[in-house]
Design a binder for this molecule. Structure first.
Ligand code: PEP
Ligand code: MG
Length: 602
């Protein structure tokens, strides 16, 4: 039984206390809980006055916070030396010098003494004013110092008030996190027993925070724009990750409707789970390999339970994002070994570290890039951090002795990049051989095709690589010049854009000509209508988030390849993304209406 569409509330519903916020539903599911509001604008600090005796306590608190911040900066400086380079080290050195300079923190000290205020207020007021003054300078070198002062202010306030992280650690049960934005690692670290889901002001459908939410089965709505300023802490909320809605102070009627819907959805999921064990073949008998995308080794179990036949994308950067240090070779090895064991002979494709852009370690977060999506990310970063990269490659190779593993590189934009990365694999192989350590000498080495330069040169790449994996999340972003994490341009982020479809066709044709395997591991492969198109263009392997596998398999089992091919041919005739999207949706609804049963009417 499929769940029935439920009424879509609109802003301005009569109930005075109920508020409805619309955003992008990026991870399905509905939860009812209470708001845990993370206000990351720590400069909104309450003014608190203290007694004469309290002044001493506040001065001591300030000193303690300065010392803790200096220790933290020294540690970050050390980490940056190994991981990022001299420029970052210099920034931390300057920050330490500023914090220990009386010119920076002296005014806060005086304010505590003269006005008998709390240390946090003194820091926020004096450093905030200092930053504002700096910003007025026409000399940009001085004006940008304002950011440094604000950074130090945040650091001190973190120590005085407790960081956002500790609020998350103490989240009460049934919390729905409301934040301006969340990083993928914050999301990955959520206490799942207490946090039911989240809604943010910023974010896009294929941001890594959204991807992690889907992987964890955590309902999420992003891009709601002004939640954090409007929602009171502890307010009752309904989070609808399907319609992309957050209802604050829901009235009785909505609560009842959503309770009913949640129950129907549970039954629907149960029904879908029965598909897991059925073969993944089209109605006319063509096998389609459905694999899972994972961020953590333990997700392999979810992929297999949902009916996936292996792992098509293991995003290994999450090893870095969920740890406070760079993983050692041993830690890498343990994760890959666990995956190989859980896969038990099934396909496993490990992608080398894809850090940068919206996935950064703490040390790199301290030195933001001006344009991180076009910056030192992915394979570029690895080739610049060779000792780190080699540790990972050695671990992957060692694990390849335990079972079938393929390895692929992210964001390859030029052939020389691929060659350099492959050279390092060969180098690692020689080292292992010298040490007498086992590995698979014939390990397949492939690449993600996720930038237009690689797609356009697919013919050239296809001579050198063992396989292609199409990453539509980035391919769409770089082809259409639309930031995948930016809610303001989310309406322009469309995998159905003719330019994207043409690039995908180019990649598939090149792979065919050179007889190498090609698959798609971008999020769009899990959209039933888009999967029809991909199959019609010739793909026979799709890799998706584990929770999307049953619905995808059901769609595959109800279509024929000639139907998919007709759809692809027609889609290629349109000149606008809007036409393509509505055509794909209409055709999919006609051919496989049941694939849309789990969705709400839109
Ligand atoms: C992609 O870009 O499509 C992809 C699968 O990689 P990621 O989402 O990790 O960037
Ligand atoms: Mg990518």
């Amino acid at each position: 039984m499929a769940p029935k569409p439920r009424p879509k509330p609109t802003p301005g519903d009569p109930a005075p206390s109920m508020q409805v916020f619309n955003g992008l539903g990026v991870s399905p599911g509905i939860v009812i809980g209470r708001a845990l509001v993370l206000d990351d604008d720590l400069r909104h600090v309450q003014k608190r006055t203290v007694t004469e005796a309290g002044v001493k306590t506040e001065l001591a608190r300030l000193d303690k916070a300065i010392k803790a911040a200096v220790d933290e900066l020294n540690a970050a400086q050390k980490a940056a030396k190994q991981e990022i380079g001299d420029e970052a080290v210099e920034i931390f050195r300057v920050h330490v010098a500023m914090l220990t300079d009386k010119y920076t923190t002296g005014p806060a000290r005086r304010l505590i003494e003269q006005e008998r205020v709390g240390a946090e207020y003194a820091v926020a007021k004096t450093m905030g004013e200092h930053a504002d003054q700096l910003r007025k300078f026409s000399n940009s070198a001085i004006a940008t110092k304002a950011n440094d002062v604000e950074d130090l202010e945040d650091r001190l306030l973190n120590h005085l008030l407790g960081p956002r992280a500790s609020r998350l650690d103490k989240a009460p049960e049934n919390s729905v996190v409301i934040a301006r934005d969340l990083t993928p690692s914050q999301t990955a670290g959520f206490n799942r027993k207490r946090i039911l889901g989240f809604a943010t002001d910023l974010g896009g459908r294929t941001s890594h925070t959204a991807i992690v939410a889907r992987a964890l089965g955590l309902p999420a709505v992003v891009g709601c724009q002004n939640l954090t300023d409007s929602i009171p802490e502890g307010a009752p909320v309904i989070l609808d990750g399907e319609q992309g809605i957050l209802i604050v102070h829901p009235d009785k009627e909505h609560l009842e409707q959503y309770r009913l819907y949640t129950e129907r959805r549970r039954l629907f999921q149960l029904e879908l789970s029965e598909i897991a064990d059925l073969p993944s073949v089209t109605a006319d008998g063509t096998p389609i390999e459905v694999l899972g995308n994972i961020e953590f080794a333990d997700e392999v179990g979810l992929v297999l339970n949902n009916g996936g036949s292996g792992v098509g994308l293991y995003r290994t950067e999450f090893l870095y994002l969920t740890s406070d240090h760079e993983p050692t070779e041993g830690e890498h090895y343990q994760s890959y070994k666990r995956c190989v064991e859980l896969c038990a002979g099934r396909s496993l494709t490990i992608r080398t570290v894809d850090l940068g852009a919206d996935k950064y370690t703490q040390a790199r977060a301290e030195v933001p890039e001006r344009n991180p999506f076009l910056g030192l990310r992915s394979i570029r970063y690895c080739l610049k951090s060779q000792p780190m990269f080699k540790r990972q490659l050695r671990a992957i190779l060692r694990a390849s002795a335990l079972g079938p593993i393929k390895v692929m590189f992210p964001l390859v934009t030029s052939v020389s990049e691929f060659r350099s990365a492959k050279y390092l694999i060969n180098d690692a192989m020689e080292d292992l051989e010298e040490q007498g350590l086992a590995f698979d000498r014939d390990i397949k080495i492939g690449m993600m095709v996720e930038v237009p330069s690689a797609a356009l040169m697919a013919d050239v790449f296809a001579r050198e690589v063992d396989f292609f994996s199409i990453g539509t999340n980035d391919l769409v972003q770089y082809t259409l010049a639309v930031d995948r994490t930016n809610e303001r341009v989310a309406n322009l982020y469309n995998p159905g854009h003719p330019a994207v479809i043409q690039l995908i066709r180019t990649i598939i044709r090149a792979a065919r000509r050179h007889e190498i395997p090609v698959s798609c591991c971008g999020e769009s492969a899990s959209d039933p209508e888009y999967a029809l198109l991909l199959m019609g263009l010739g793909l026979r392997t799709l890799s998706v988030t584990s929770s999307s596998i049953p619905a995808l398999k059901r769609m595959i089992r109800s279509v024929t390849i000639p139907q998919c091919e007709r759809i692809a041919r027609q889609a290629l005739t349109f000149d606008s993304d809007v036409q393509v999207s509505s055509y794909l949706r209409d055709r999919a609804r006609q051919i496989v209406p049941e694939a849309f049963d789990g969705r709400s009417a839109e």
